[in-house]
Design a protein around this ligand. Structure first.
Ligand code: 5SP
Ligand code: CO
Length: 217
């Protein structure tokens, strides 16, 4: 069964604690927090104060997906705020290896993220030092977009490299995930699925979480 990480980008911000506790009770594996700086992506969302505010609310792993230029400026502060895992885009920094080292030195798990236009070959040398790879299945910046099916070949390629090397990093997918697309990703090697609008735009979020689990059981 795939691990589920709801994205709070689609939650009700006026009732965020309620919406976090709801998915926590439904038995998810992590909480996905999208950090957007209005420069790397054309949207703004949260900062580290959001991570600090959510830390006492849940014991779920707080997974921060940093969509910002030069994330090296802030990764230590996100770890300090309570992030368990920090994801950084390879496209967002000149020093990806260094940023991943900084995340680990700060005590968090390190994730490298790739945009739809970035090939798996760009991250092969980073695989020995990451805990998770996030393959974006939409262009980053907004929830509620359609899944990009050509990304399935990239997930499969990454899974093959992982198997051949005996590595244990998780493979996460993010964007356009629903009960149909989660199965496609799981079947080619994804181990963690982020879902925002599919869960939170529903009147029955718990049922949507169950549907994602059943689809990959
Ligand atoms: O990182 C992002 C968007 O940039 C995501 O985490 C979205 O929040 C996913 O939303 P859905 O596609 O599941 O609605
Ligand atoms: Co995300």
């Amino acid at each position: 069964m795939i691990k589920i990480a709801p994205s709070i980008l689609s939650a009700d911000f006026a009732n965020l604690q309620r919406d976090v506790e709801l998915v926590d009770r439904a038995g998810v594996d992590a909480l996905h927090i999208d950090i957007m700086d209005g420069q790397f992506v054309p949207n703004l969302s949260f900062g580290m104060s959001m991570v600090a505010a959510l830390r006492p609310v849940t014991s779920l792993s707080l997974d921060c997906h940093l969509m910002m230029v030069e994330p090296e400026r802030f990764v230590a502060q996100f770890a300090q705020a309570g992030a368990d895992l920090i994801g950084v885009h390879i496209e967002s920094t000149r020093h990806i290896y260094h940023v991943l080292q900084l995340i680990k030195e700060a005590g968090a798990k390190a994730e490298v993220v790739i945009n739809p236009g970035t090939p798996i070959s760009a991250i092969v040398d980073l695989l020995p030092i990451v805990d998770q790879v996030l393959v974006m299945t939409v262009n980053p910046g907004f929830g509620g977009q359609h899944f990009l099916h050509p990304m399935l070949a990239k997930i499969q390629e990454l899974d093959q490299i992982k198997r051949q090397s005996g590595a244990t990093f998780d493979i996460e997918v993010d964007g356009g995930i629903n009960a149909e697309t989660v199965k496609l990703c799981y079947d080619v090697g994804a181990t963690v699925a982020v879902a925002g609008s599919y869960i939170y735009d529903s009147p029955e979020p718990e049922q949507r979480i169950q549907d994602l689990k059943v689809a990959t059981n």
